[in-house]
Ligand binder design. Structure first.
Ligand SMILES: Cc1ncc(COP(=O)(O)O)c(C=O)c1O
Length: 410
């Protein structure tokens, strides 16, 4: 075995060494062609393929920035020691989103993250520190079993006591189970799902808050995992769902590459000044200040691209896109209903989940699988993003019809 691995490495090293100084363009071009051709059929994951960053990258190369190593290490709101950064743009990205989530002017702090998980990591970590500062006790983490696995992993990473709360058939946290599990003698770190990964269930914040008010844990921190729906909800008719003036959450994490259309993972995290001030300051003298972020070196390119996209799209653009994906998701559900094909869609959701079709359909359309006995077993879902218009939905439904005909014949 050892010999095999060694010889594999040697072959790779030789191949790379032989081509040093040259780039195998044939290989790269074939790869690029395949990716570009496949992108419109990727409908199983919540990634907007309408990226459109050519103009940005042209500007980036033409100005010479492609030859500058920038780094957003440190607190973007404080003067930086490393001046080659894009903190000014990062702050403006956060300034754009904070009011859309109901954060009050001058009472928020945030960063552009490298993903939704990075934002959740900050949410869970900041939540633990906040609760320790209020109660001197480590919290229990409450999260629905259908919430994203990143939360469970992050709880594990911090060695937290975790209560996985059962979810109902639509993927929403079961409130009775939450009430039963809630221990008022320990601080509560509640992670609320704004769109569960598979079914697009939205946890009921009103009901969660009622339980918290009734049982009164010694301290409470609410983190909104809005990685999935936090992109479009603030720009929809249902924006109250992610408005902290209505629901009083303490932090929110959103994925950037899902709704907003980026070529790589991105996101943002926003919290309040009160939460920020209760963090371990970790004074770092060579960076001129306390560094609240978990991650040290951070991308400078990500915030710059985000800023560019916001400038190009604007509030109205996001509103139109938000309305369009919800309308198209409703259309997809209607097409399934016409076929009497088992399919479901939660309120305010761009996810349609349905009986899992044959493997050729799964592979062709890059669909994600799941399983729920309550809904008959094998499932798949389509998350309708901006690149999945009516034409694509119709083509997909043609394949579902073909599959139905083939499976009844068997
Ligand atoms: C509900 C939810 N939370 C968190 C994440 C993780 O986000 P990311 O992939 O940006 O790390 C996802 C990803 O699909 C998600 O659906």
């Amino acid at each position: 075995m050892k010999k095999y691995i060694l010889s594999g490495c040697m072959v790779l090293a030789t191949a790379l060494a032989a081509t040093a100084g040259e780039v195998d363009m044939n290989r790269l071009n074939a790869f690029a062609k395949k990716m570009v051709e496949s992108k419109n059929q990727a409908i199983g994951y919540p990634i907007n393929q309408n990226v459109d960053l050519q103009e940005f990258y042209r500007w980036f190369a033409d100005t010479g920035l492609a030859n500058v190593a920038m780094n957003n290490v440190g607190n973007p709101r404080k003067p930086a020691i490393i001046h080659l950064n894009t903190h000014q743009f990062e702050n403006e990205v956060i300034d754009f989103f904070a009011p859309n989530f109901g954060f009050k002017k001058d009472d928020y702090w945030g960063i552009v993250t490298m993903s939704g998980t990075d934002g959740n990591n900050h949410g869970v970590y900041f939540g633990v520190k906040y609760l320790l500062s209020k109660s001197k006790k480590k919290p229990i983490l409450y999260v629905s079993e259908e919430a994203h696995y990143s939360i469970k992993k992050l709880g594990d990473l911090q060695n937290l006591d975790m209560r996985l709360i059962k979810a109902d058939i639509q993927g929403q946290m079961d409130i009775k189970e939450f009430e039963k599990a809630l221990d008022p003698k320990r601080p509560a770190l509640v992670v609320i799902a704004m769109g569960t990964t598979f079914k697009g269930g939205i946890d009921d914040q009103v009901a969660i808050n009622k339980v918290l008010q009734k049982k009164k844990p010694i301290a409470v921190y609410r983190h909104l995992d809005a990685a999935l729906f936090g992109g479009y909800l603030p720009f929809s008719d249902h924006k109250d769902l992610v408005d902290r003036t209505k629901h009083h959450f303490d932090s929110v994490a959103v994925s950037g590459h899902k709704f907003f259309g980026f070529d790589e993972p991105l996101g943002f995290f926003i919290t309040t000044n009160d939460v920020l001030k209760r963090q371990n300051p970790f004074q770092v003298s060579y960076l001129n200040d306390a560094v609240p972020t978990i991650t040290c070196s951070r991308s400078a390119l990500g915030p710059l691209k985000f800023w560019w996209k916001i400038q190009k799209t604007g509030l109205d653009g996001y509103r139109q896109q938000s309305a369009m994906i919800l309308k198209n998701a409703a259309y997809l559900k209607q097409r399934f209903d016409e076929l009497k094909y088992p399919a479901w869609r939660n309120d305010f959701s761009n996810t349609v989940y349905f009986k899992r079709p044959s493997q050729w359909v799964m592979s062709k359309w890059d669909l994600a699988p799941d399983f729920d006995l309550r809904l008959g077993g094998n499932l798949a879902h389509d998350i309708v993003m901006q690149h999945e218009g009516v034409d694509t939905i119709d083509r997909f439904i043609e394949d579902i019809k073909k599959d139905m005909a083939e499976t009844t014949k068997k």
